[in-house]
Design a protein around this ligand. Structure first.
Ligand code: GRF
Length: 211
């Protein structure tokens, strides 16, 4: 069974969705860079080993990443899952886990990398927004896309209502992507993800809907 380490910084709702999806993987640890992260309690309730590598205790980004990598490697993971891990990672760190480090971003990449994606989507007036699971490269919120989910943006939306609609989809597509990884269905070909899965359908997603 593939071994998975999950990195969090806060709430941990994506981590929780992954733990509750009963995937055919062994979650060997949940690591947080913040001791106060709520997700640590949730992980412990699920009987998962939790670890804190506090970034404030390391003088530089490089030293923190080295300490984090040492801790991660002690669990010998096949896959490292960033689930709301709010740290920019050094190139050395990212390269060390090339092809086995994935992230979820609350936007349809390559649109809206970075923070405050829901505010930006509303400011731009996009009609469709969503989330993306991708392999991580040294460029922040960039890398070969595994899956995406789209949601409509409604005229009445606030950043919070839009975030909630997107989060619901995050909780579906992240466990699914990890399942595909665990089943060996994902392959990187020239910086694109080739997938060995049946496409459910070929319909387009439109917003606003037409009758
Ligand atoms: C999610 O929206 C995720 O896409 C982003 O940070 C948020 C983390 O939420 N990277 P949670 O900690 O998983 O609840």
């Amino acid at each position: 069974m593939k071994r998975v380490v999950i990195l969090i910084s806060g709430r941990g709702s994506n981590m929780q969705a992954i733990l509750e999806a009963k995937l055919p993987v062994e979650i060997t640890a949940v690591i947080s860079n913040r001791p106060e992260a709520k997700g640590l309690e949730i992980a412990a309730q699920h009987g998962i080993q939790t670890v804190v590598v506090d970034h404030r205790k390391h003088p530089s980004r490089g030293q923190f990443d080295a300490a984090l990598a040492e801790k991660i490697d002690s669990f010998q993971p096949d896959l490292v899952v960033l689930a709301g891990f709010m740290r920019i990672l050094t190139e050395d760190f990212v390269n060390r886990y090339q092809g086995r480090l994935i992230n979820i971003h609350p936007a349809l990449l390559p649109a809206f990398p970075g923070l405050d994606t829901h505010e930006k989507a509303l400011q731009e007036g996009v009609r469709i927004h969503g989330c993306t699971v991708h392999f991580v490269t040294p460029t922040v919120d960039h890398g070969p896309i595994i899956s995406q989910a789209a949601v409509p943006v409604l005229p009445s939306d606030t950043p919070d209502t839009l975030a909630a609609r997107v989060l619901e989809q995050e909780h579906l597509i992240y466990p699914e992507a990890i399942r595909w990884f665990a089943e060996g269905r994902l392959h990187l070909e020239q910086n694109r993800v080739e997938m060995n899965i049946l496409q459910a359908s070929t319909y387009s997603l439109r917003s606003p809907w037409s009758a």
